[in-house]
Write a protein that binds this ligand. Structure first.
Ligand SMILES: NC(=O)c1ccc[n+]([C@@H]2O[C@H](COP(=O)([O-])OP(=O)(O)OC[C@H]3O[C@@H](n4cnc5c(N)ncnc54)[C@H](OP(=O)(O)O)[C@@H]3O)[C@@H](O)[C@H]2O)c1
Length: 258
């Protein structure tokens, strides 16, 4: 199945580190050429060099801030110029802001909306005509396991409610685009050990309790390699044991073994 992906082109946003870099690696492992994006060019270029050396695919680093429409347009233009087509979009760039609502800096709202919601919808709009023309394509949106909670977790209200909106949008988009052969998949990761969550390793002595990106990489590989007439609409990858952390969720969760 992976063979079918060889030589295709994917854009991965937020791919200089964390989940995005891990997903770029798993796509590269399937032989997919990549355009990767993040705001800071140096770490992005280092990630591109690293991935192309390891997997032997072409990796184009494009500095882009997903909150800026002109940066997204430039990312799509550069990808078309370099590869001639866009088959896969992995929408992943995201930021967090964890506060009790009444203490949350008011300027964080705009940053969250533009990065975690509008950045995703705009990117899809910019690539969708290529996919419709090809009568095939895959869009993968990095949502969040927090959307499975109702009510959504405390101290995460703006972040999580935008992810709920993104999840709803993704599902609707699948129905709207499926007749064009385009797949739309939401990934719902649990708390994963990346810069976004802070240093989880500081709050547990037992590193084996932390969820790494590995299962998320496998979920995306699965989404990209299922038979052509199947679409995994949503994949939840929730951690079994990572302890909830203050201030993320301020209540105690006992270790299952205790
Ligand atoms: N980690 C978790 O526990 C977890 C759980 C559920 C969902 N998620 C979601 O997974 C995605 C990735 O999270 P992560 O944990 O891997 O975060 P991370 O380690 O902080 O990495 C974020 C990536 O996005 C880029 N980025 C941030 N803002 C950007 C912007 N405005 N424009 C372009 N690139 C931007 C960063 O590079 P620059 O700073 O250079 O731009 C970096 O490459 C996010 O959408 C997040 O909401 C994470």
């Amino acid at each position: 199945m992976g063979q079918m992906m060889k030589g295709k082109t994917a854009i991965v946003t937020g791919a200089s580190r964390g989940i995005g870099k891990a997903l770029a690696c798993s796509a590269a492992g399937l032989g997919i050429n990549l355009a990767i994006a993040a705001r800071q060019y140096e770490p992005l270029k280092a990630a591109a060099d690293d991935i192309s050396a390891k997997y032997g695919v072409k990796v184009l680093p494009v500095a882009a801030d997903v909150t800026k429409l002109e940066d997204l347009q430039n990312l799509v233009k550069k990808t078309r110029e370099e590869f001639g087509r866009i088959d896969i979009l992995i929408n992943n760039a995201g930021v967090s802001s964890q506060y009790p609502f009444q203490q949350q800096p008011i300027e964080d709202f705009e940053k969250l909306v533009y990065t975690n919601y509008l950045g995703y919808v705009r990117m899809i709009r910019l690539v969708i005509e290529d996919m419709i023309k090809n009568r095939s394509g895959a869009v993968i949106n990095m949502v969040s396991g927090s959307t499975l909670c109702d009510p959504i977790p405390r101290n995460f209200l703006v972040y999580s409610s935008l992810k709920v909106g993104l999840r709803a949008f993704s599902k609707g988009l699948f129905w709207e685009l499926r007749d064009y052969g385009i797949k739309v998949t939401s990934i719902l990761p649990g708390v994963t050990d990346t810069d976004l969550t802070g240093k989880l390793s500081d709050i547990t002595a037992d590193a084996s309790r932390l969820m790494s990106t590995e299962a998320i990489e496998n979920a995306v590989k699965f989404a990209l390699t299922v038979p052509a007439n199947v679409c995994p609409l949503e994949i939840s990858v929730i951690n079994q044991q990572t302890p909830w952390t203050a201030p993320v969720i301020p209540f105690k969760q006992q270790h299952p073994g205790k």
